[in-house]
Design a protein around this ligand. Structure first.
Ligand code: MN
Length: 155
């Protein structure tokens, strides 16, 4: 066995609540002024030996993540519930076991259905840039697209 072999981490799941031993739900975003509603974040894997992190996000019914973009990518796997996501200029209905990637510098937002929560795993680079919110002009440009306007209005 190599000298640097470490002890594995096993955190048992309590799947009914989509929670794991010793994993605390955190505020979704720490920045003041970030615009979102009803989102929790659990960091499942974050280790100096890994270049990625795996998080579990849960959006309560009617809630939404912040509208943002950044240089790093996301790879998302839906675990439970139902909702929609905006990626770029397209809106997709998503449900359990659907996979979607968010390319670099692409506007994105996740919204739970009005009557269901939306829970998903999100894989990201461990070292990554901070998300940017749209400027007034960028938001205006997005709102010119009918599908995006409806989505952002929660319809
Ligand atoms: Mn993001």
């Amino acid at each position: 066995m190599p000298d640097d072999a470490a002890t594995p981490t096993l955190r048992r799941a309590t799947l009914e609540g989509y929670s794991w031993d010793d994993v605390e739900p955190r505020r979704y975003r720490e920045e003041p002024g970030a615009l979102f509603e009803g989102v929790t974040r659990q960091v499942l894997f974050s280790d100096p030996g890994l270049q990625g992190e795996l998080r579990y996000f849960e959006v309560s019914s009617g809630g939404y993540s912040s509208l943002e973009r950044h240089a790093h990518m996301h790879a998302v796997l839906v675990l439970r519930g139902a909702g929609r996501c905006l990626v770029g200029e397209a809106v997709y209905a998503i449900g359990p076991h659907d996979l979607i990637t968010v390319p670099p510098w692409t506007w994105h937002q996740f919204r739970a259905a009005a009557d269901q929560k939306l829970g998903f795993l999100c894989l990201v680079d461990a070292e990554r840039d901070k998300p940017a919110a749209p400027s007034a002009a960028e938001r205006e440009a997005l709102m010119r697209l009918p599908a995006v306007r409806e989505f952002l209005a929660g319809r």
